[in-house]
Each structure stands twice: as structure tokens, then as C-alpha cells.
Ligand binder design. Sequence first.
Ligand SMILES: C[C@@H](O)[C@H](NC(=O)OP(=O)(O)OC[C@H]1O[C@@H](n2cnc3c(N)ncnc32)[C@H](O)[C@@H]1O)C(=O)O
Ligand SMILES: Nc1ncnc2c1ncn2[C@@H]1O[C@H](COP(=O)(O)OP(=O)(O)OP(=O)(O)O)[C@@H](O)[C@H]1O
Ligand SMILES: [Fe+2]
Length: 545
Amino acid sequence: MRVLGIEGTAWAASAAVHDTEAGDTRIFTDAYLPESGGIHPREAAEHMRGAIPTQVATALDYARETTPENRPSDDPPVDAVAFSRGPGLGPCLRIVATAARTVAQRLDVPLVGVNHMLAHLEIGRASAGFDSPVCLNASGANAHLLGYHGGRYRMLGETMDTGVGNAIDKFTRHLDWSHPGGPKVEAAAEDGAYVDLPYVVTGMEFSFSGIMSAAKQAVDDGVPVEDVCFSLQEHVFGMLTEVAERALSLTGSDELVLGGGVGQNARLREMLAEMCDQRGASFHAPEPRFLRDNAGMIAVLGARMAAAGDTVAVEESAVRPNWRPNDVPVTWRDGEDVSRAATPREGPTQRGAEATVSLGERVVKRREAKSYRHPDLDARLRRERTRAEARLLHDARKLGVSTPVVHDVDQREATITMERVGASDLAGRLDPDLVATVGRHLATLHGAGVVHGDPTTRNVRVPDATGRALGGGSERTWLVDFGLGYHSDDVEDYAMDCHVFEGSVVGTADDPAPLVDAFEAAYRETGDPSVVEQLRDIEGRGRYQ
Ligand SMILES: C[C@@H](O)[C@H](NC(=O)OP(=O)(O)OC[C@H]1O[C@@H](n2cnc3c(N)ncnc32)[C@H](O)[C@@H]1O)C(=O)O
Ligand SMILES: Nc1ncnc2c1ncn2[C@@H]1O[C@H](COP(=O)(O)OP(=O)(O)OP(=O)(O)O)[C@@H](O)[C@H]1O
Ligand SMILES: [Fe+2]
């Protein structure tokens, strides 16, 4: 099959021809470069209006010139037209869609509406040959982790404010550097030294606004720009690598694939590769022409969708500027069996995302040094988290929330020795009654101003099916891993805790709805119902500016 792809969600006016038999993809792109500031939606649309028809014509000429000899001469040069249907800037998307409809009708071939974010990750998954990777999209307007489960890509974690590229670009606008800023920060970082900046991770969610304000302030305060650029990369990419590792740990996957324009950054790729190497996982990033926005990825996924019969009638092909990748029915992977054990069998040593935990009569949790992180940042995080964990395990216990008793803390070695509790993780026994206990635990913590910070299903210990468990406590489920926890009186922080827990359920359970209901009902009963309202607000919030 030969497919014409058209891309134009923001800056790349791009057309491509993908030939499935030859395995060949040719991309033609005309980039929009703002004269000043960032991407202006109106200017970008003007660029698309002029450049899309030219790129499409060039790609179609190429398709005609390279028509295989065995193809009947009255066949059209391509068998389908695929276009970026969303997410992206509305005015740009509409120009792309109009062009795609026109060509499809003229050639009398089917039209395929592709989700741009899934195209970013499927292109790497295809070239790696991975079945069930965790997918990290690090692009301009987005930053999220996806995993395929039960016929859909599930959202495992995402930015709570801006996309990662846009965050960096906003920082460089403060310096009056021209767009795009990412490559310039990468170049400047080469001569930089480390300074501390905020580092914000909650479970697999993260946010960039605090670190970006601090970076701008640091420059205004006279910290050398190259030091700020270096440190910005160390923090931002360290955060992305950490959440990617947590997603691998939660899903039990041992494959990671990278997508998106920020993936062109060598330091980010180096960190991800090193993290995977240390976990014994495989890492893949496609070549740069497939990482930044390009029509090749649209044509490649478009071909798979067309082969699955996933085409769209012209009159139903309206664009979707806010189309979330987890809302896309994944028709092209039907029948693939990629199920895997949610929980590896419990051996003498457990490996979380951060720590190695040896399970003897007592449990020794050691936060190992992470070589992908800058040593100063690594030392700071291990120290802070060990201290927070020991203190909050104790605080939670005093509130009546079951947690393991802490026997010993060694801050220099980043080691905690504690009581062994439960028989397995909740991840391996997702059951509404057990999930409800987490609702009660979190409501109690929040009622006393304590935020867990990482309440995933891997951080709840439960008895086995016969009720057998180690450790005491009235609820018979225990919260562990308070390393990202803190004290707060902000309802938003409590709702984020709930969001992280629900995210870990929705990302991994076959049938999440009854579990989420059980969690929320229990939370409402014990705690402040306005937290659940705030949770709805978080879910409905527009992200990715
Ligand atoms: C919806 C769609 O329009 C959007 N596309 C997009 O953001 O373009 P993309 O090509 O994936 O990424 C562009 C971003 O990638 C950053 N970038 C490019 N090279 C970089 C580098 N070497 N280091 C860091 N960032 C880099 C740029 O600064 C810019 O913010 C998206 O995928 O989110
Ligand atoms: N006190 C305990 N008793 C029994 N098992 C425990 C205990 N503490 C931790 N574990 C087990 O070890 C695993 C890893 O521990 P923990 O979550 O604290 O590490 P981590 O590396 O910080 O994990 P994360 O991936 O959540 O960041 C847990 O999922 C749990 O199965
Ligand atoms: Fe993109």
C-alpha cells in the first residue's frame, strides 16, 4: 500500500509518501519559523495555507515518479490519504483537513484521520518492533506517558501545565532567543555548571511552571545563562526519566519508546538509555526526522489504520483540536495479545522505580544512586526523600493509617529499615474492597494535612487471597513509599494524590470503572467531598499550553 500523509498541527507544513511493501518513507517539509516570539496561531495558519498545497504537490509528484512497475497504470499514485486530525492548532488543522479531503476526493481514495500524538509514538514502536512498551511523548505542546492495555492507549502520567518543548521555548523567549529554543538550550548547556532548581514530580505526573519561573529568575539574578540551561536540562529531563522509570515499574514493561521533537535532544536520550540499561529494559528512539513533527509518521500510522479499515467519510472528518490520545479507539492493533503479568512474583529483592527493597524478616529500602541524574541533584533527591519518607511513615501511623514501623534510618546511605507488611502489592490484586481502603487511608491523611505524593497501586501492600499478611493494622492494607510526600493544606494537593491513584488504576486495570467508584465512595465517606470535586476539575482542565 502507498499512502500520502499530511501534517500541519503547528509549525511543520509537511507531506510524505509511505510505501508499505518497500518499507520506504519520503518526507517533504516547509517549516514555519516565527520572526519574533513563539508560534502565533494566525501566522502559523497563514504559513500552512501557502505551504501545504506545495508540499502535497511535491509529494504526489514523487509518488507518481516512483510508482512501482507492477502497479496498474490507471491506479492513483497513492491508495489512501492520511492527515493529522488533532490535537493541534484549530486554524492549522482545518487547512490540512481541507487539503486532505480535496486530494482524497480527486484521487477517489479513502481518507484517514490520524491522531498526531499516537503517530509520534507508533513510529518508534514500529521501528523498534516492541509489543507493549511504555511510550514517552516529549514534544512541544505535550508531555505524557502512554501504555497500551485492553485495546486503548492509557494515560499513565502527564504534565499538569505546559508541554515540555513549550516550557523550554518560553524560557528562551525570556532571553530573547529566537524560536525554537530547545536546540539553543542544548548548545548552551554544554558549557554549563549545576545549580539547584525546583523538581516537581507526583507519582507519574509532573509540572514545569515552577522550574521555569525559577530559571527565569536565576538569569535575572545574574546566574550565568549556560549554567541555567545546563541545570534546566538536568532537572526537566531528569523528571521525564524518573516518571518513565516509574511507569515501567508500574506496568511491568521492559520496553521504552520515545517520540516528539524534544526527543532530538541528546541529553534526554542519554538519560533514558542509561535508565533503561540499568533496569535491563530496552530503549528506542526513532531517527530525528521521525521525532520532530513530520508527515512520515502520519503516513505510516495512516497505512496501518487504512489496512484495518479505519477510514473516515469526508462529511464526518471534522478536525479535533483537543483530541487526547487515550480517547482514540486503537483499531490497527486488534487481536494483538500483549497482556503481561501486572506484578512480577515477589522475590527476595523488589525493585521499585527509585529503590531496591530487600524483603527479609525486616525490609531494607535503599535509594540507589541514579547515574543518569546529575550527582548533586541525585544526592539532594535521595537525601530529601529518605528523610520525608521516614517522617511521614511515622506521622501517618499516628493518624491511624497503617504503614510499616520504621526501625532505622540512615540518611547518608539513603536507607530505611522497616517492618515487612502485606503479602503483595495492590497492583496484583485489584479488588474494589481493597481499593476502598486506599480511599479511606488517603482521606484520613488529607484530613490531617498529609499528602502521600505517590499513591500508586504499587505503593499499597495487601494481604493474599486467604487474608494472610504480615504486619498489624486495622484496615489490613498498608501504604508504603512516602518519599514524595509532604505536608500541605491545599485541596489541590489532596486532589492530585487521588488523581495519581486513579491514574495508576485506570492505566493498568482491565475494568477500572468499579474500582474508581469504590475508591471515590470510600474517600467521600471518610474525607472532604470537595476534594473529589477538585479531582473532577483537574481531570477536565485544559493542559498543554
Ligand atoms: C500537536 C503538535 O503540533 C505538537 N508538535 C510539536 O510540538 O512539534 P515537535 O516537532 O514535536 O516539537 C517541537 C519542540 O521540540 C523542541 N526541540 C527541538 N529540538 C530540540 C532539542 N535539541 N532539545 C530540546 N528541545 C528541542 C522545540 O524547542 C519545540 O518546542 C506536539 O506534538 O505536541
Ligand atoms: N515495608 C514493606 N513491606 C513489604 N514490602 C514492601 C515494603 N516496602 C516496600 N515493599 C515492596 O517493595 C516495592 C518497592 O518499594 P517502594 O515503592 O518503597 O520503592 P520505590 O523504588 O520508591 O518505588 P516507586 O516505584 O513507587 O518509586 C513495593 O512496591 C513493595 O512491593
Ligand atoms: Fe508533534
